[in-house]
Structures are given as structure tokens and as C-alpha cells.
Design a protein around this ligand. Sequence first.
Ligand code: PLP
Length: 428
Amino acid sequence: MTDILSQYKGSTIEDLPTPNFIIDEEKFDRNCTTMLNNIEKLSQECDVPIKFRAHVKTHKTAKGTFKQLGHGLPLAKRITRAILVSTLKEAVELLDYQDRQCLDYIDDISYSLPCCVSEFIPLLSNLSRRVNNFQVFVDNVEHLENLKKFGKPASGKKWSIFIKVDMGTNRAGLACNSSEFLSLLKRLTSPDIKEVVEPYGFYAHAGHSYSSTTINDTQALLMEEIKAVNSAAKVLCSVDPEFDASALTLSVGATPTSNSLKLDDKSTLVRLITAELIGKLEVHCGNYCMYDLQQVATGCVQDYELSGFVLGTVLSSYPSRGELLSNTGVMSLTREASSIKGFGICVDLKQVLTSKEFSREWYVARVSQEHGILKPIRNWSETTLLKLGTKFAVLPQHACITMAQFEYYFVVNSQGVVTDVWVPFQKW
Ligand SMILES: Cc1ncc(COP(=O)(O)O)c(C=O)c1O
């Protein structure tokens, strides 16, 4: 992508081709700094170390990941070395990138898909050699059998496993009170498994926190996440009373629940962590570096905090039906939704980078492959019309899936000038 960078470096967003994805670097930095500092503050309030693990799935870029870890952020009060990946490709490419740059920012990787089956175990084993700490996800007793059958990974250490706890989202993981969970832990404590596998900790992700509408709701869900992993650790101790739970990592988080750390009143949370937790707390999240309308809908962030948007162009207008045509169709916006109606909110380019109040006038009401239909939020006669050829920003519903539609992202400063191009490690 050096060609793209040399072609567009110094251009302003108005001069960029559309549709494209734009990252506002100042906002990205601010979002990363805020999260790191909120974790640091919680750690100080609880007077216990609390680790932060950054999920890189939203942007899948090396430069974005390093910022999530705290590099190049003058106001960040801590650095972390731990990440979560959603594909093995993200891990491999990030490690290749940091090797090429002679950096060692990342030394701890968790792969958040429970996939200990024969197709993947050799790949997981290879990766274990490349990083000091590597955790695989397990949520099935057969995963343990498969790891035992394979033997120790290429690192020569034991398999370090996160056990995925299901908190009611019914995606991956096991509920702590399920018979499958108990069988898994019993098997984990048997001597032949212990020879090759060791528990790193328990992991919960409150995916349902995305339907919260207030920050207080998300704080309650953060506490539920903590209680879930803590109960899971207690079950392990009941199965193996010799087990030292204080060494276990209890990992919690999603962007909405982690955002609740912004609340000033954390007294109940602090009490839970300091009085009840039997392992070491870790917080993980990913989308917070970008944000999107789904996050705005949780009541934890404002629309002007989004650090990325799709750049589109008005192509035609149909006054008699009160609609405009744009090139922001499903291929650039996806069909993701939230309680905020439509497939994206349109924002004037003059406002999107610097304003703290967006005048929401248009939204993307319908999408087909390349066509987007814009409708006024109020009515046609009260709305500032957009001339054909006008470029505008669309705040996406779901940044992770929207960004996956673009081969690269233009990074701009607060004046809207392109300073860089970030290339994601997409697909598999
Ligand atoms: C297993 C897991 N952990 C963590 C995350 C990060 O969540 P968020 O993007 O809400 O921070 C995700 C996101 O989908 C996930 O699937």
C-alpha cells in the first residue's frame, strides 16, 4: 500500500476516492488512552494489579494494535503487552510485522476461538513458539483429549488454556452450572491431562451487554462477568482442593462493560474485586478504539467519539420521494443494525473531525450491493439538501464488520489531511 500512501499523503478527505474508510488518528489515540487509563485507575482504586488485554479484531492492523498497547500515546499511564486475536492470521502477521520492525511490543497472545481440533492444533502449536505466553481457548472436554493426543506444543511448555465461560449469550463457552463444565474441569485435573495442559484462567465476554442502554446497566454486567469467572474458578477449586486459584487469570470484558469504568462511582465494583475475587483480574476489549453506532446505542459513548467512518458521495436525488442516492451500499456499510435506525448516520465532513455536536440530518435507510438510499431524519423540506457530488461521512453501525470490507484505511489528522494508510490483516 506504499503506492496508495505516496499517492494520497497530504491530500484532504474531500479529495479522496469514495467509498473508503477513514480513521481519525487523534480520536483513535484518545479512545486507546482513555481505556488504558481507566484500567490503571481501577487498578489503583482496588490496589491490585489488573492486566489489560487488547482485542485487535476491529481494525486488524499493526499500527492500531501498538496504540492499543499504549505505544505513541503520551498521555497513557500504562503499557500492556497482551492481545487477543480473532484469527490466527492476525497473530502471525502481527508477529511478522514486529519482527521486521525489530520490536517486541507483543509477548502475550490469546486466540479467542475455541478450536482445539486436529485441523488447528498443529497451527496453534507453531504459534506457541513465537511468543512467551500463548493461550488457546477450550470449552469442550474433547478439546482436552485432542491436546493430550497431540502432546506438548512446539514451545515445549504445556498448553496454556483459557476456559470459556458462557454468560448467557449461547455462543461459545460453557455455563458454570452445567454438567459439561464440571466434566471438563474434572478431566482437566486428571494426571494425564495435567502433563500437557495447564489452566491459565477463565474467560467471559458479555456479548449481550450490546443491548444495554445506559452505562449503569453495563456496570452491572461487568460485575456479572466478574462473578461468572470467579464462580468458575471456585468450581475448579472444589474439584481440585489443592489448586492454587490465586495464580488463575480471570478475564472479563466487552467494550460496553469496560466502558462502565468511566463511572465515578465504582464502590460496589471495587468491593467485589477486593473482597471476593480469588484470582487475578484481567480486562479485555477491542471495539473501544473505534466505536460505532452500536456502542452509541449502549449509552456509554457519544457519536463524536467514533474514530472512524465511511466516506461516501451523493450520486443522485429524487425530491418527489424525498431520497438521495449514494455509493454507500451494503458492500461498504454491511447490514448491521442497532436501536439507532438505518445502516449509518450521515455527518457533514466539516463537522465529523472537530465538532462535539453533530447535526444529524440524513441516514442510510436502505442498502443494496453498491447503492445506498439516504433519507432525511426529519422531513425533506426541513433538511439541508446535499448537492450531487457532495462527499459525506457515514457513522457505521458496527465498525468491526464495516472495516473488514476495506482493503486499507486512510488515516487523517484533525484537519482531515491524510498522514498514513493502515493495512489490515484480513480474512484467514
Ligand atoms: C470472545 C471475544 N472477546 C472479546 C471481544 C471484544 O469485544 P468488544 O469488541 O466488545 O470489546 C469479542 C468481540 O466480539 C469477542 O468475540
